[in-house]
Design a protein around this ligand. Structure first.
Ligand code: AMP
Length: 421
């Protein structure tokens, strides 16, 4: 029987892992530079946590979650995003009591049962950050600045930051009413999905991709014009701070984000290099979520970004991770006594921090040297029974093909020196 991977999942093979690791390292460095600490919540949580925080009406909760009953008949779900788990961990571990402001980041797999296509997977990876404890517009700008800094650290510059405010409990409901009134006479010209959204989730009609819906909403009243005073002041200040720091953005009244927990600032970073799935990153403020999940009222703002989409964009610009592999030593023993010596010597060399490969296939000299070259080893150490008896080894520099006889007693210090040159 042959098994195949589940639709929408990918194997990250050894040939690509270097890119992943280099990208992860770069992200971790920028996160640290901004003063964020990593958090790793579990892969699954109670289903109710996601239903509550993301919202019953969202696509994620209504049709995309991997939900299952465990043996105790408890409903569990593989995380479809990280914010809910981070907030649960924040509350459960009293992080808000330990310090007034928590700046957390994550980088891990998430699961959504979507229709797979380019840039859309069922298991994918997100990195993201959450700032818990500040209602200040400067915190919104910190989150936006952090996401921009990450893309810039990779020399990516073909992206646009789209910005909007989705208001709060005070101004969003009256706006929804206004929007419904505007759309009611146009209802039969909206797509089926938007007709269903009309009563319960009219904001989502604004970001529908159907041409008909876009035409009907082109002149619709804008949420940014209907904000209450506090939200309008907040939104104005966010823009002022972004301007002052020289961060470019475009206002986009259609940007409402799919998740229910957002308040005020919503933003997305899109790239014209990704095709239909053009969102690199999305985020915003969620001032009500901590309280909604049972914690003390705690304002918060954050973002989540797709790792695969970042790597796709990096492929487009020909990004190459800085290749700086350590010099490698290939031990090429010939004969049983030499293998015994090689196993001992590999152990000693590795203890000294050197990178060592040893032939495990009992190959002949030619085949071993071919393999050493294929692996781009810097040195091959050739030892047969005769060399062992004479107490020396042939060390061949594979870049120059120069070969030296080195006393076995001096081999480790010789290689240590040679590998640092
Ligand atoms: P969201 O939580 O839906 O705002 O997603 C945040 C980011 O994750 C998006 O901007 C994408 O970069 C990425 N993303 C979302 N869904 C997928 C998916 N199914 N496959 C790959 N990346 C995704």
């Amino acid at each position: 029987m042959r098994f195949q991977k589940i639709k929408g999942t990918r194997d990250i093979l050894p040939e690509e892992i270097g890119r992943w690791q280099a990208a992860e390292k770069q992200i971790q460095q920028v996160m640290a530079r901004f003063g964020f600490s990593e958090i790793r919540p579990p892969i699954f949580e109670e289903t109710e946590l996601f239903a509550r925080s993301i919202g019953q009406l969202t696509d994620i909760v209504s049709k995309e979650m991997y939900t299952f009953l465990d043996r105790g008949d408890k409903s569990l779900t593989l995380r479809p995003e990280l914010t809910a788990g981070v907030v649960r961990a924040f509350i459960e571990n009293n992080l808000g009591k330990k310090q007034p402001l928590n700046k957390l980041y994550y980088l891990c797999p998430v699961f959504r049962q979507e229709n797979p296509q380019a840039g859309r997977l069922r298991q994918f990876h997100q990195f993201g950050a959450e700032i818990l404890g500040s209602a200040e517009p400067a915190a919104d700008v910190e989150a936006i600045a952090l996401s921009i800094a990450i893309y810039r650290a990779f020399q990516l510059d073909r992206f646009v930051v789209k910005l909007n405010s989705v208001g709060d409990a005070v101004c969003r409901e009256p706006y929804k009413q206004k929007l419904r009134e505007y759309l009611r006479p146009r209802l039969d010209r909206l797509c089926k999905t938007c007709q269903q959204r009309f009563e319960k989730n009219p904001l989502r009609i604004l970001d529908c991709k159907e041409t008909g819906c876009r035409t009907e909403t082109a002149e619709a009243p804008k949420l940014a014009d209907s904000l209450c005073d506090d939200c309008a002041r907040h939104f104005g200040r966010v823009q002022q701070l972004l301007d002052a720091a020289g961060m470019k953005y475009e206002l986009d009244f259609r940007l409402v984000r799919g998740l229910d927990y957002y308040t005020r600032t919503a933003y997305e970073i899109v790239s014209d290099q990704l095709g239909a799935q053009d969102a690199l990153c999305g985020g915003g403020r969620y001032d009500l979520l901590v309280e909604e999940l049972g914690g003390e009222p705690t304002p918060a703002v954050g973002f989540a970004a797709g790792m695969e989409r970042l790597l796709m964009a990096l492929d487009k610009i020909g990004w190459q991770p800085a290749a700086n592999p350590p010099a490698m030593i290939f031990l090429a023993p010939l004969g049983e006594a030499a293998v015994l010596w090689a196993v001992q010597t590999a152990q000693q060399l590795r203890q000294q921090g050197l990178t060592v490969e040893i032939d495990l296939l009992n190959r002949g000299l030619k085949a071993q040297l071919r393999e050493a070259n294929r692996q781009q080893a810097r040195f091959a150490v050739i030892v047969g029974d005769n060399e062992l008896k004479a107490g020396h080894a042939a060390v061949r520099d594979l870049t120059t093909s120069q070969q030296n006889d080195v006393l076995l007693a001096e081999l480790i210090s010789y290689l240590q020196k040679a590998c640092t040159n």
